[in-house]
Ligand binder design. Sequence first.
Ligand SMILES: [Zn+2]
Length: 636
Amino acid sequence: MRIPGWMAAAALATLAAVTASGTTFVVPEDEEMVDKATAIVIGTVEGSYVQERDYIETVYELRVERALKGAVRPDELLRIVSIGGALDHRGTIAPGSAHFVNGERVLLFLTFESQRWQVTDLILGKFRFSQTPLGEHVLLRDEVEISGWDRDGTVHRERVRREDGFLRFIEQRVRGRGAMPAYFLAPEPALPQKEKDPFSAVIANAPFRAYTYTDNVQDNDSPAYLPSRWSNIAAGVQFYKTSSQNISGAADGGVSVIQNGLAAWNNECGSVINLIYAGQRATGSTGFDDISVVEFNDPQNRIAGSWGGAGTVATTFISYNDQHNFDSMVWWSIGDADVVFQNGYTAANASFATAMTHEIGHGIGWRHSNAHYIRNADFTDAPCNAGVEECSSSAIMNSSAISSLGFTLQTWDINASQATYPGGSCGGGCTPPAITAQPTSRTITAGQSTTLTVTATGTSLSYQWYQGTAPNTGSPAGTGPSLTVAPSATTSYWVRVSNACGTVNSTTATVTVTAPPPATATRFFTVTPCRLVDTRNGGPVPGEVSFTVTGRCGIPSTAKALSLNITAVSPPASGFMTVYPAGTARPGTSTLSYHANKTRANNAIILLTSNGQLTVFNFNGVGATHVILDVNGYFQ
Ligand SMILES: [Zn+2]
């Protein structure tokens, strides 16, 4: 059985800000996870189904094998709800929520809230059983998703836990016995914290197409993954604050941070992003009501558990129910994006501003800057692939928020904005380039030329064409908005459009080259009957032989077709002959059928190729046959 095709997973699945250096997030200690979970179980996912409550959500059926904590019996079937899924061409993306593939055996930290089982702290509460190359049994959490910072300010690297030691630690902790986390496979090298890119005049240079910057979501009855964006963000997308929920520690309840988070994306001058703070209203987070809200304190328990100084900060629930065309592709139309902050999380956390900007970024379509645009089968982040997409670990959209960035977009964030919502102007008289019509693929005949054209908007554009596939710049092919080419074989081309404030690559257009077709004739001219071919003067036709027939018997080189009499002379066995223009596919019908040892003739009108050749194909299964071609007229 297949998991519903769509995805989820990935938001600020994480963490708190605490260290004195102002850096950023802390991955919770294992004992905190043990203490906050309602139940901890080992089990196997036996099935799943998609349902709609407030959002579309997926229910996973987990057969419990062993319970380490909580009132859960072995062999019990637990239904675990994770927001996210697709139904009838509508769907919800729930970045950060834990999802599963059927048959997956997992260790789960679970929280029971609102009469529902959910994974504690979304993706943080899920561990997979695995084995090292040396055969050691271990438990793994998704590594890309929860990269963050440890309490001492070093970069967190997900540690590998020995299965037996970790399970024993959990049981001892649950029984209230002092237990040391002595089950890590190897000491983790602490990496120095990465320097942030200074934010100076960033020249946008989106080297990849728009869809690679967004979360690509599979429809529930289609194998295709579609990227996601607002279909007309320039017209304004409104965000409200749920009026009953104020974040603790902010005099205005969080309003100004919402406004600044929206402004961070609006202020990206090379795009047309237009997010509007529309004030407070009673509406809470819910999918498909076409009302996007920021909701503090997770009053509806969208995120299992609560903030305890570490864990999940916020998640965005993105709903789509329509499609539109952009950049020569079909896209999901986002219709509703709700940002929900975990209960217990306060404005005093240093990550608040970055988290807000990051979650709103998910709400307008972005993937994580350090993850692939299509997720793993269980919807966790897959590693970013610099060969096909832009990758950065220093961006607002990095999977673990970098507190020091606040409301300041980085290069990846700017490129994503300009590629996906192009058309803005950056002052100084410079508008970044945007392609409005891509060069199109076409088919030509060998010897012909064709002109490829790109249409783009922007200030003082320059155009550089390349032979090959974008973004390969190995073979420059010309400049200007159009390129005339006459390849002798099928060849691909693309163009890079740039100016002082940006660069954009076109799609790749393929010029397919075919053999010249036979020409068409218009008038008929008779000639005195004349013998064009008589193989009795040479060798009989074994299988297939071509003859040049123009320039003889009064047939001009401009002849397009001949009126012929074809004769098979004393063939060795019964068979047939087919006469057709040289170099074209042999027709399935014969021109002349014959019997063994009987000379037979037939009339035919046969097209010629531009070089005046025709081909005789002979078949009788035994041997070569002499052929005579007599001409009595031609077309031209
Ligand atoms: Zn995120």
